[in-house]
Structure formats: C-alpha cells, structure tokens
Design a protein around this ligand. Structure first.
Ligand SMILES: NC(=O)c1ccc[n+]([C@@H]2O[C@H](COP(=O)([O-])OP(=O)(O)OC[C@H]3O[C@@H](n4cnc5c(N)ncnc54)[C@H](O)[C@@H]3O)[C@@H](O)[C@H]2O)c1
Length: 331
C-alpha cells in the first residue's frame, strides 16, 4: 500500500483527505501538532504528533517507512489573526513549509500537493478568477501562501520537486456519510457559524460589511464541498509524476454566493431564522472571489458532485446537529 504523508491531517480538510486516500487504496500517515486538529479525526492511518518546524520529527516520519508523496495542509488559517500576528503566520506557514520541503529532499521524496488559497488573489469586480490572474494577496495569510507557491516554483527548477498548489476557495460542508465535519476552534467560517446561530448555540451571527460593490452589498464567495476538495487531492497526487513542475490549480465550484444568500439558505435548511449583527468591514476582505475551474477540469478531471449550496449546507447541518464521539463538535 502506498503511504502518503498528510501534514495537518487531524484538521478539517486533512481528515476528509485521509478518508478519500484510504478509499483509493492509499495509507495516509498524519503529522499534526494537534494545535487545532483532533486526535479522533485520524482514523485511516497512523498519527505522528509533531510540528512541521521540527526537522527531527519530520525525519522520524520519513525513515519509519517509505513515503510516496506528501499532501501539505498544516498551517495557521485565520485571515484576521494573520493581520495581528504576521510573525506567527510567516513562521508556521512559510518556515514550516520550507522545513518540510527540505526534509522531503533529504529523504528523496519529490512529490507534494500544497494547500494554497484563493487569498492569494486580490479583488475582482466581476467574472471568475483564472490561475493567470495577477496575485495580489490582501493580508499576511494570503502572502504566506503565495510565498510557498514561489518557493515550490524555485524548488521545482532547482531540485526537481514536483508540486501542485491547489488554490482552495471556501471549503465547506461535511462528509456525506456523517463521519467527519468542521470543528475549528475558534470557528471563523460562515456556514458553521450560521448553523450554530440557527441551532441557538450562538446568540447571533456577525455580518462583516454590507457596503461592498456587490448586488446585495455583502461579500460573494465560492463554496466547494470538502469531499469534492478531498477527491481533487487524490487525483492531483495521481497525475503529479506526469507534470514534474510546479502547477497551481483553482479548486472551487465556479459559482458565487453572497453572505446574505448563504444565511438565507441556512435559515431555510434549519427551518429557523436567527439574529444577524451588522458589523463594519474586516480589513483584508475583498468583495468577490469566484473560481474559474476550467484548469481543474482539464488537468484533474475535477467534477464536483456535492458542491451545490443545498448539499453543502445539509451535510454541515447534519454534522452539527448530531455531535461526534460522545461530545459535541463545537466544543
Ligand atoms: N478552510 C478553508 O476554507 C481553506 C481555504 C483555503 C485554504 N485552506 C488551507 O487548508 C489547510 C487546512 O485548513 P483547515 O480548514 O482544515 O484547517 P485546520 O485548522 O482544521 O487544519 C490545520 C491543521 O494543521 C495543524 N497544524 C497547525 N500548525 C501545525 C504545525 N506547525 N505542525 C503540524 N501541524 C500543524 C493543526 O493542528 C490542524 O490540524 C490550511 O493550510 C489552510 O490554510 C483552507
């Protein structure tokens, strides 16, 4: 069985990727410091508790048994926090990625899929963003992702490190079989926050900015179901040996929804309205981010099966309303 190292595999997206890998006959090997991940989400292979900044911990994983490729998700994820503590974001996301790539080269592993982000793009008035759009990250989080993409480009040319950076738009939803779901702490993502407000577990949901240049004034985002996103990683891993370069590929749904539209869809799915607290814009938020997914279709045969808004919300709602392993997912 081919072993794939998944850094950050105890986190939301990483755990769904591990499940998808196992379903395709791979063995996921997780390295996660559990700073935000969950031990009980690692169910499809071994867990090494360790930091990607720790070269010795990385060496231990690579010498234990051969690793065929790496999916690298470990990192800090909050746009807002990155503006307050850019040092931590550059340390974990940039230095940590460099430490990982160096360890890969020490052990002769030359294939990596990297979790990049739509945050590397700047604002767009209309239309969909192709991978050729000029990068213009608006916050340290987005810049940290872009630096790693540049690093991968240079390391492809100089060291033969083959990579695909998947630029995720908004990952959302939960495993359709109900085994996994979103458990960020603190939660900053719109759909789980709205579901918790609808379930009465939060007093309200905060809506940041209603004066953007969009039809209803709220930000427009592209939501992709986490299971579709996970499957794109397996596919990317499979085509990686053929590319032998550094590619960047958007992974989204190709359709945008405003914050207000998402809140209405959640209220409809849960069957309950909830208070919305109007807040000023947050720094670093852009009006509209919608993916052009033509390259993903062409290169990865990417055909999202679960990424319509109704399925995203219904799978997330099911996860949030049932709890997991004896304790609630929002704890
Ligand atoms: N959630 C989204 O919509 C989204 C969008 C674009 C990109 N991404 C990227 O996808 C990746 C996964 O995001 P997620 O939503 O699953 O977040 P998450 O916080 O659930 O997962 C990140 C995991 O990385 C681990 N981690 C953090 N620092 C580490 C370190 N130094 N060493 C080892 N492990 C460490 C955490 O414990 C956690 O399990 C991140 O790189 C994120 O930037 C996410």
């Amino acid at each position: 069985m081919r072993r794939i190292l998944v850094t950050g595999g105890a986190g939301y997206i990483g755990a769904h990727i591990c499940k998808a890998l196992a379903g395709q006959g791979y063995q996921p090997v997780v390295l996660d410091d559990l700073s935000h991940g969950h031990r009980d989400a690692v169910r499809w292979g071994p867990l090494h508790v360790g930091d990607i900044l720790d070269g010795a911990a990385l060496d231990r994983v690579f010498v234990e048994a051969p690793i065929a490729g790496v999916i690298h998700l470990a990192g800090k994820i909050s746009v807002a926090e990155s503006s307050e503590r850019p040092d931590i974001y550059y340390q974990t996301n940039v230095e940590g990625s460099l430490a990982l790539f160096r360890a890969m080269l020490r052990h002769g592993v030359r294939r990596v899929i990297f979790s990049s982000s739509a945050a590397i793009y700047g604002a767009t008035e209309a239309g969909r963003l192709t991978e050729e759009a000029a990068p213009a990250p608006q916050n340290p989080y987005g810049r940290s992702k872009l630096f790693v993409e540049y690093m991968l480009r240079d390391m492809a040319a100089a060291c033969g490190l083959a990579s695909i950076s998947l630029r995720y738009f908004n990952a959302a939803g939960a495993d359709p079989a109900g085994e996994l779901g979103e458990r960020h702490n603190p939660e900053t993502h719109l759909i789980p926050l709205a579901i918790e407000a609808a379930l009465g577990r939060r007093p309200d949901i905060k809506l940041f900015g209603s004066d953007f240049a969009t039809p209803d004034g709220t930000c427009i985002r592209d939501y992709v179901h986490v299971t579709d996103l996970a499957e794109a990683h397996v596919r990317a891993l499979e085509i990686l040996p053929e590319t032998a370069s550094a590619e960047a590929v958007n992974i989204g749904n190709g359709q945008g929804y405003s914050v207000r539209e998402v809140l209405q869809a959640v209220a409809h799915a849960v069957g309950r309205d909830f208070p919305v607290a109007m807040m000023p814009r947050r720094s670093g938020d852009v009006a509209r981010l919608v993916a052009d997914v033509e390259k993903a279709r062409r290169l990865l045969d990417f055909q999202p099966r679960h990424s319509d808004l109704a399925t995203i919300i219904s799978t997330a709602y099911r996860w949030h309303s049932r709890g997991v392993s004896g304790y609630p997912p929002w704890a």
